[in-house]
Design a protein around this ligand. Structure first.
Ligand SMILES: N[C@@H](CCC(=O)N[C@@H](CS)C(=O)NCC(=O)O)C(=O)O
Length: 210
């Protein structure tokens, strides 16, 4: 199995965490996004969207979209589960994950920020855009889990919600958001950081970070 990704990519980071939690080994194949490697014809043959990650299975099948890959992992390798056991909690965990992966991350993605620059927006505006998008998404997520017992987003074990949260907090910090305004999210992140599956997936620990 080969995971096509990039060390700093939040979507690749999600899949790295999920693979680690499931104990599934993958060869990591980096694609340098800032040099445009995601638009090379060989990569577009794997993922016509020109986005990482893509998971290439041993039989040549290629899976794209981080949440689809994580749901596939959940079905192919059921233990340990990445979803709460209760059906309502499962819906809530998926909603939390989508609030970040579908409604926050795409609006601050490299290609979106690049388009703002092409349209002549000054760098200060571009950075402010990305910071505001991150802060708004995380603020909603803070409220979504405010009443939960924790320490993870949905109880005593990490789920798809934590898998999306940790990389998004990383992005928020990169864009200068003061994340201390999200104490409940930081509690979940703290619980995750004690687990090797999360610690080994951080961007600074990836070979292409060098
Ligand atoms: N919804 C996709 C998002 C993938 C995505 O946006 N990947 C980013 C890196 S985090 C990317 O490849 N960006 C390249 C670009 O914007 O040109 C997923 O969850 O897999």
């Amino acid at each position: 199995m080969r995971l096509h990704g990039y060390f700093r990519s939040a979507a690749s980071w999600r899949v790295r965490i999920a693979l680690n939690l499931k104990g599934v080994q993958a060869i990591h194949v980096p694609h340098h996004l800032r040099r445009g490697a995601q638009r090379a014809p060989e990569y577009l043959a794997l993922n016509p969207q020109g986005l990482v990650p893509a998971l290439e299975l041993d039989d040549g099948i290629v899976l794209t979209q981080s949440l689809a890959i994580i749901e596939w992992l959940e079905e192919a390798y059921p233990e340990p589960t990445l979803l709460p056991l209760d059906v309502i909690e499962r819906a809530h965990a998926r909603a939390f994950a989508l609030a970040l992966a579908a409604d926050t991350h795409p609006v601050q993605n490299l290609c979106v920020l690049g388009r703002l620059r092409e349209m002549g927006r000054p760098e200060h505006d571009v950075q402010a855009w990305a910071a505001n998008v991150n802060a708004a998404g995380l603020k909603a997520c803070e409220t979504l889990i405010a009443g939960g017992a924790g320490p993870f987003c949905f109880g005593g074990a990490p789920t798809i919600a934590d898998i999306c949260l940790v990389p998004q907090l990383g992005n928020a910090r990169r864009f200068g958001v003061d994340v201390s305004q999200f104490p409940r999210l930081l509690r979940s992140e703290g619980a995750c950081s004690t687990m090797p599956a999360f610690a080994d997936a951080t961007p600074d620990r990836q070979p292409d970070a060098k």
